[in-house]
Design a protein around this ligand. Structure first.
Ligand SMILES: [Zn+2]
Length: 278
């Protein structure tokens, strides 16, 4: 009986979460579409429009992926995606600083990376007979690079695309706080660094004969809506940046603000349910 009640309670929470997520996904997509529709194309800055549009769509996609996967709303999975969102934001902020030059740099660096990757694949073949499938793949990628009419300009750049560190980019773009408080801590998880591994994947050994040491640990993770809120915040941040830099106004409500209202209503519902009955 108790477990049935518990199940029913859990099902109703899942129903609420599902509703909130569906609404958020729809609103996020509409926010992107509305901005894109209202941003008048400047043909002289074609690449700027492409890169900004692509990065905004990437940010929207990442937020939607996080939203749709509540089993990732924990400290193991979500930070990897949130760190990717932090990258998108800092890249965007820096690109807005020079609409003529930086988008081109972004594209050329990416193409250079693919060129390098193809060279590595070709080197792996050595003297083996050509595999037609591999040939077709490499040809396909080369055609894709060529179709962008920049093959001859595609220098392989081994540094970072902006030729400066992400920290410097953030500093120049006026978002160093975001770099320090978001990008850095989420990097611990996405690069599997000690601050993350020690806290999430090790635990103290209980054997009294050993000196204190840590042993591997695969932690059970719950579902924490904080991570959905963060994804929505970083998406909202990218949209606000876009609005500020382009002067474009979206004609639809903010996915972030609606989500925050739903969270408040949800908390209120929970408070009422848990209030002592008189
Ligand atoms: Zn031990």
């Amino acid at each position: 009986m108790v477990s049935r009640m518990k199940n029913r309670k859990r099902d109703s929470i899942f129903e609420d979460v599902e509703k909130i997520v569906k609404e958020f996904v729809l609103n996020a997509q509409e926010e992107l579409e509305s901005r894109w529709k209202n941003w008048e194309l400047d043909v002289a800055l074609r690449e700027f429009h492409e890169v900004v549009g692509g990065l905004l769509a990437r940010q929207t996609t990442l937020a939607i992926q996080i939203a749709r996967n509540p089993l990732l709303w924990n400290g193991h999975g979500a930070p990897v995606l949130l760190r990717a969102m932090a990258d998108v934001y800092i890249n965007l902020a820096w690109i807005f600083g020079d609409a003529a030059e930086r988008p081109r740099k972004f594209i050329l660096y990416g193409l250079g990376q693919i060129k390098l990757y193809l060279e590595h694949r070709k080197a792996l073949r050595e003297n083996r007979p050509l595999d037609p499938q591999e040939e077709a793949y490499v040809r396909g990628v080369e055609d894709w690079i060529q179709s962008q009419r920049v093959l001859e300009m595609t220098d392989v750049n081994l540094g970072s695309w902006a030729e400066i560190t992400t920290r410097k980019m953030a500093e120049e773009a006026g978002c160093l706080d975001f770099y320090n408080y978001v990008y850095i801590p989420f990097s611990w998880a996405s690069h599997s660094m000690w601050p993350h591994v020690e806290q999430s994947n090790l635990k103290p050994c209980q054997n009294p004969l050993h000196r204190p040491h840590r042993i591997p640990h695969v932690e059970e993770a719950g579902i924490n809506p904080l991570y959905l809120h963060l994804a929505a915040k970083y998406l909202g941040k990218a949209f606000s940046l876009f609005d500020e830099k382009t002067g474009v106004r979206a004609e639809v409500p903010s996915a972030l603000h609606i989500l925050e209202r739903r969270f408040e209503a949800f908390a209120e519902k929970k408070r009422k349910k848990n209030a002592p009955r008189r």
